[in-house]
Design a protein around this ligand. Structure first.
Ligand code: GUN
Length: 715
């Protein structure tokens, strides 16, 4: 296996390993943070780990040698232009004789473009649609590109529509001749019209050749938008395209290579970038930084360091001759680009890609404008495919994560925060019965203000006193992110907010308490706010019944919010529950009828099921068996999500092996990546339980990689 410096130190880099024949062109998701994903594309010249940048290599001018990119920078794949090679007799002859890997002197993955960009810059190109595919095939390219029609943003609708249709007709012919080994890029065109991008994405993704369809979908025609910093339009067409592209194909932003745009693009689902910016900017004495571009002439010191610039000063570099300077700055620019991508990948692993996008949005007014437009979409998703995509983005983000959540002015729009808040607002109900055994509506609602987490330490005694006075009391806590019921006091993100101390005295945002109460369905009850400073605990009560009742409510609420269990079913599930507690009085294991059914997770407040718990929850889910053709139901409590696998996989999964893509018959659409799910056979029997890695849509399309990380099998 080649050693990849993204994941560790590279001593010497060996040749790449060819994928298994059956995996050629398949993409798998390794890790995710909403739409951002760390993926792996399998090719004949090794794995492409995404999100990544394909450095553009001009076969005539090699500012940085491709061999050096492979050995020194660990670059797995690059892009060059097959049309340029085809046009130059000497390059064409050599490429045909020895293959493109030898011509470029690069052992990794070689992607080629087709001449479309040249036709946009210079007018027509001489090469034919099938001819350029045949050429890419003949010279051993890994991933080629069809000769698409570049749709300029200034073209009228009708002309762009024609370019979409013509691109799709060329795409069909191209797939016919590409053969078994050449993978293809199927670019999406359509200018700035969302409906044309959707049409193009539908047409291109549907097409199938004799061996496969397209492997990657680049979003084309966007270079002019980036040059004019029209980022809002850029992201609007990205979302439109994404809405109609299958999730098992990487998305490439054609011609985008400025690090400034990486975090937000990645957060919206982009996997691949390409750019000659590292070399073009260097030639112009400009250096790239993650927050913008700087002129060498303006610098006294380096604001961002790199291996390339280490030990030099801007004055020394200015005094170098043109070629030496260009090479040095290109190296620096490439390093900065690679470092920002590593930062993005790490942010995906840590669940902070959205925070990084937030930070970067402050680097340019145009980017900030685009970011705010996206926040508006998240806040108020519109009807139709764009709104549906935004909802899917939210729904695919794991709502709870361990570790702190950094406060910022945009925190309330982070997709995972919106997700958990939506789950709370739709699935939380006040208790079906009170600790004194009575049922009925609450007599009062108490809001605790100014108390800091962990609330079980700062507020529990007060709460017990309040419940002792009037059992029919709903206790809420005011957090900087709004109101939460006390029963989910240890749930992330509310209990793990990092920010200034005074944020606990008030909500960060201008909510009206009435508005917050109405989100929880409590607007018709009278409420009182109790401030920490007015706290008065006359006597500390032992009250075992109240404490037990609070524990039970906590489990019922978490099962409703995180597992979609109806609160009445939750009450049945916890009827005779007992718990084992830690030395700090926190529930560690929950038993029902003497069986260990689940464990509350102390790190993020979530829950982990056991096989007995899975059995019980499955019995409570009476909905039809999941099937990929079913429409998502709009039930609020659809039950524990299930993944239905083919019978051939049962012997493996039943013994605790993970569920792999390609072996799934259906999955409940409300399944949440990162949360609990149950694996069942085609006829609905319990096979295993675990954590979903992908969404139900991804489970439908993906053919490679882990779909469910199995915790326990049932065989
Ligand atoms: N490079 C930058 N934009 C484009 C595009 O729209 N199509 C192709 N083929 N290459 C590009």
């Amino acid at each position: 296996m080649s050693k990849n410096p993204h994941h560790g130190n590279m001593a010497t880099r060996t040749e790449p390993e060819k994928c298994r024949d059956q995996d050629l062109g398949l993409f798998e998701i390794i890790s995710r943070d909403s739409y951002a994903r760390i993926g792996r594309l399998h090719t004949a010249h090794g794995l492409m780990t995404t999100p990544m940048l394909l450095p553009v290599v001009n076969p005539n001018i090699r500012t940085i040698e491709p061999r050096e990119m492979w050995e020194k920078y660990g670059i797995e794949a690059l892009i060059t232009n097959s049309y340029v090679i085809w046009k130059h007799d000497d390059l064409r002859t050599e490429a045909k004789k020895n293959g493109i890997h030898q011509l470029i002197d690069f052992p990794g993955i070689i992607v080629t473009d087709s001449g479309t960009f040249q036709s946009y810059i210079y007018g027509d190109v001489e090469v034919g649609v099938e001819e350029i595919i045949q050429f890419q095939k003949d010279i051993g390219v890994d991933i080629g590109t069809i000769l698409d029609v570049f749709g300029r943003p200034d073209m009228p609708f009708d002309e762009l529509d024609k370019s979409v249709i013509e691109t799709s007709s060329r795409a069909k012919k191209s797939l016919e001749v590409s053969g078994e080994k050449l993978l293809l890029n199927g670019p999406i065109q359509g200018g700035t019209y969302q409906e044309l991008r959707i049409k193009s994405a539908q047409l291109m993704s549907e097409l199938q050749g004799p061996f496969r369809g397209f492997t990657i979908h680049p979003i084309g025609g966007i270079v002019p938008l980036m040059e004019q910093q029209r980022y809002k339009e850029l992201f609007s067409i990205l979302i439109a395209s994404k809405s109609s592209l299958p999730p098992d194909r990487p998305i490439h932003l054609f011609g985008c290579g400025h690090p400034l745009l990486f975090p937000l693009s990645i957060a919206l689902g982009v996997d691949i970038f390409d750019s000659a910016a590292y070399a073009i900017f260097a030639r112009d004495d400009r250096i790239l930084t993650p927050t913008g571009t700087l002129k060498l002439d303006d610098l006294k010191e380096w604001p961002f360091s790199s291996n390339a610039l280490f030990g030099t000063t801007p004055a020394q570099v200015r005094s170098m001759n043109k070629e030496e300077k260009t090479i040095l700055l290109s190296h620096h620019n490439l390093e900065v680009t690679q470092a920002e991508l590593a930062r993005c990948r790490e942010a995906i692993r840590m669940g902070t890609i959205w925070q990084l996008a937030e930070q970067r949005s402050h680097s340019s007014p145009q980017l900030r404008e685009a970011f705010e437009w996206i926040l508006d979409q998240l806040d108020n998703p519109e009807e139709g495919p764009i709104g549906d995509t935004i909802l899917e983005l939210m729904g695919s983000s794991n709502p709870i994560r361990s570790g702190g959540e950094q406060i910022s002015e945009d925190i309330e729009f982070r997709p995972h925060i919106l997700h958990i808040q939506a789950l709370l607002a739709t699935r939380w109900r006040f208790p079906g019965s009170w600790w004194n055994g009575k049922s009925g509506p609450p007599e009062r609602v108490i809001i605790l203000e100014g108390f800091q987490p962990p609330w079980r330490n700062s507020a529990k005694e007060k709460i017990i006193q309040l419940l002792d006075e009037i059992p029919e009391t709903v206790i809420l806590i005011l957090t900087p992110l709004g109101l939460i019921p006390y029963t989910i006091e240890d749930l992330s993100p509310w209990c793990h907010l990092n920010g200034p101390n005074d944020m606990w005295n008030d909500s960060l945002f201008d909510y009206e308490v009435e508005e917050l109460l109405s989100e929880l369905g409590l607007s018709s009850y009278s409420y009182t706010i109790i401030n920490k400073n007015d706290e008065d605990i006359s006597e500390v009560k032992t009250s075992p019944e109240i404490r037990k009742w609070l524990d039970r409510c906590s489990i019922v609420d978490k099962l409703s919010i995180l597992c979609g269990l109806h609160p009445l079913e939750g009450c049945k599930f916890t009827e005779n529950m007992t718990s084992r507690k830690s030395s700090t009085d926190r529930m560690v294991n929950i038993f029902s009828d003497e069986k260990h059914v689940l464990s509350p997770r102390l790190t993020d407040g979530g829950i982990s099921l056991t096989i007995d718990g899975a059995k019980k929850l499955l019995d409570l889910n009476q909905n039809p068996l999941p099937d990929f053709n079913q429409l998502p139901s709009d039930e609020i409590f659809p039950g524990i999500p299930r993944v239905r696998i083919v019978d051939d996989a049962i012997p493996f999964v039943g013994k605790g092996r993970n569920v792999m893509h390609g072996y799934i018959l259906g999955a409940d659409p409300h399944l949440i990546p990162g949360q609990q799910c149950i694996v069942i056979s085609s006829s609905g029997e319990l096979i295993a339980h675990g954590i979903a890695i992908t969404t139900s849509l991804e489970m439908r399309y993906m053919k490679k990689g882990i779909a469910v990380k199995v915790k326990n099998g049932n065989l």
